[in-house]
Design a protein around this ligand. Structure first.
Ligand code: FUB
Ligand code: ZN
Length: 618
């Protein structure tokens, strides 16, 4: 019997090898790799002030809240001593990890010994809270380890996932492995309990899946990728435990169907985004076309039937997520900042599979509107909920009891350089427009990319690509979905480039060529799908990637009866002294004048009403 068992296991292992080889032989599913932000030096009128504020305001706020204003760091200290109480919410550890990830990203392009020392201190405290069996979670350590791993909603794997992301980021930033070692011990602990032939488990809040993929990529330990895959496959088979007081049904947790059968987004928005990212990451490495097909279907459902014009998702406060298709209330919109950031993460992955710019269009929409509104211009106050209408009572806060959004912003902003460029076997992809100098090795050749632009305020972009040896790649330059007219020149000579999936394709270029993309950026009047009942008879204003809104403070007289008509004329006004420097839009209808500002800038002055969708008279 024993011999039989040994034999059968050996067969399994051999079969595993054959399967691995087969996977390796298949063509890549993910065709584009991002150029990592660590190579990207951003010098940009629009983004540089935001990145400075991230360092001078956002990170200090997060650190102060975590260390002094709340008990988040104290929870780790208490857990390491096995005494004292847990304060706050059961998943508060995740904010520490997300802020730490933000610190790590910041250190990559802006070394700062003091900040690094702070991160080291935190990591020492975190590591000290790890249990001998590898488990780490201050909530259960302080409230009773006997209760752990019983309730899918208690975010144990969610917190672990955020720790892994922080660990990978910090290892990349500094080469220090302490948190990485804590993470592998926690991963091994989880894998000792759950997995094939062990206990079933469905994490109620996704995150661990994409994090395990990062852990795999950093450690090269295949078991972490396999575990991520196993966790994804656990969904939709009735393995989920009851969540808190049985309050939520399986749809809330994305646990109704096996993930490869999914067609519609449902339940909690941020959980969906992290799930889709995890599926994409596993699909790319395991070459799982079934996952990609499901993600394609889901994308249509999200973008065509459930997305706001700001790129935000999740219309309902009740479940922080979805109700029914085309239900997109403005005043009660939820549009959590984390969900918009999740849209950026997911849409980048979709673009990498397909080379289709429609995904970057959505990424850009979510980034410049839904996500960016999540932080004040000063960098020190945050929106959790991002409605498209306000009666004057909705304001950014310095922090939240549930502080997932501030810590999300803290890790998102310093990594925005990830979304500008990509490389594939045949092409160099230019996805976003922001001033930067990027130095990177592509195909073992030193390449420098330089962009100069005043985007998103105007549509002129100068790009040069310099490479010591010929690069043998075409340049694929994204023509944003909002752009109807553009010209493209190489060294001042206008070229008629072919387009493919929303990219202008430049095949003939040489090192040092200057490429000019000039995109017309008129004011656009946007209508919603007629099935969105909340927007019947209304229009929104967009210019370039920016969605605009009306704030009462700019329109004290006309706000209440504001409207647009077919004969409204628009003027774009340069306002360097307003809201950090913007271009506002003045809409004139007869003798009524309305002044609109970019949505991301709202609620940075005195409190007042706001609306994105404005009454429209034919
Ligand atoms: O549950 C953890 C995080 O807190 C979620 O992602 C957010 O929606 C908020 O509920
Ligand atoms: Zn959030």
């Amino acid at each position: 019997m024993k011999q039989y068992l040994v034999l059968s296991l050996a067969c399994l292992a051999l079969w595993g090898c054959a399967e691995q080889k087969q996977i390796a032989d298949q063509p890549r599913l993910k065709m584009i790799d991002q150029i990592d932000f660590s190579h990207v030096h951003i010098q940009d009128n629009f983004w540089s002030p935001r990145l400075s504020k991230h360092i001078s305001a956002t990170l200090p706020v997060c650190i102060d809240q975590i260390e002094n204003q709340t008990g988040r760091m104290q929870n780790f200290v208490n857990a390491s001593k096995g005494e004292g109480e847990h304060s706050g919410i059961f998943f508060d550890d995740s904010d520490v990890y997300k802020a730490l990830e933000g610190i790590a990203y910041s250190l990559i392009n802006n070394p700062n010994p003091e900040l690094e020392k702070k991160a080291d201190e935190w990591i020492d405290k975190i590591a000290a809270a790890q249990q001998p069996d590898g488990y780490i979670n201050t909530y259960y350590t302080l409230t009773g380890l006997d209760k752990r791993w019983k309730n899918m909603d208690k975010h144990e794997m969610y917190c672990a996932g955020h720790m892994m992301e922080a660990a990978v980021a910090y290892y990349q930033a500094t080469g220090k492995r302490k948190l990485l070692d804590v993470s592998t011990r926690m991963a091994d602990h989880m894998m000792s309990l759950f997995g094939p032939g062990k206990r079933h488990w469905v994490p109620g809040h996704e995150e661990i899946e994409l994090a395990l993929v990062k852990l795999y990529q950093t450690t090269q330990e295949q078991k972490y990728l396999d575990f991520a895959n196993w966790l994804l496959e656990e969904r939709g088979h009735g393995h989920g435990t009851k969540g808190d007081e049985g309050k939520w049904d399986p749809a809330y947790y994305q646990d109704v169907l096996p993930v490869r059968e999914l067609t519609d987004i449902s339940g909690h928005a941020v959980r969906c985004m992290y799930l889709y990212c995890g599926m994409a990451d596993v699909a790319a490495l395991k070459k799982d076309t079934g996952y990609v097909a499901a993600l394609d279907r889901l994308w249509d459902d999200v973008v065509l039937r459930n997305m706001y014009v700001t790129g935000g998702i999740g219309s309902s406060r009740h479940n922080e997520g979805f109700t029914e298709d085309y239900d997109l209330p403005n005043l009660d919109a939820y549009c959590e900042t984390c969900a918009s950031v999740g849209m950026v993460y997911w849409n980048q992955r979709m673009n990498q599979f397909t080379g289709d710019s429609k995904y970057v269009d959505v990424l850009e929409r979510s980034m410049y509107n839904g996500a960016l509104a999540g932080v004040s211009l000063a960098g020190d106050r945050f929106f959790y909920v991002n409605p498209l209408e306000s009666k004057g009572d909705h304001h950014r806060q310095a922090w939240y009891g549930c502080a997932c959004c501030p810590s999300q912003i803290s890790r998102f902003l310093p990594s925005i350089g990830n979304y500008i460029y990509g490389t594939s076997d045949k092409a160099l992809w230019v996805n976003l427009y922001m001033g930067n100098t990027t130095q990177i090795q592509i195909d073992n050749k030193e390449v420098t990319l330089k962009q100069e632009t005043n985007y998103p305020w105007d549509g002129q972009v100068k790009l040069t690509v310099t490479s010591a040896q010929p690069l043998n790649k075409e340049l694929r330059i994204r023509i944003p979905g909002w752009c109807k007219n553009y010209t493209l020149s190489v060294n001042g000579n206008q070229v008629k480039a072919s387009t493919d999936k929303g990219y202008a394709v430049i095949k003939d270029w040489k090192s040092g060529d200057r490429i000019d993309l000039n995109m017309e950026m008129p004011v656009e009047i946007v209508s919603a799908d007629p099935r969105v009942k909340q927007n019947i008879g209304k229009r929104a204003i967009q210019r370039g990637p920016l969605v605009y809104c009306l704030e009462e403070i700019d329109n004290p007289k006309n706000f209440a009866n504001s409207n647009l008509t077919a004969s409204t004329s628009f003027e774009v006004k340069d306002e360097p002294g307003k809201l950090g420097g913007i271009k506002s839009v003045e809409a004139t209808t007869g003798d009524q004048k309305l002044s609109l500002i970019p949505y991301y800038t709202w609620d940075n002055r005195d409190a007042g009403k706001m609306e994105v969708w404005i009454d429209y008279k034919e």
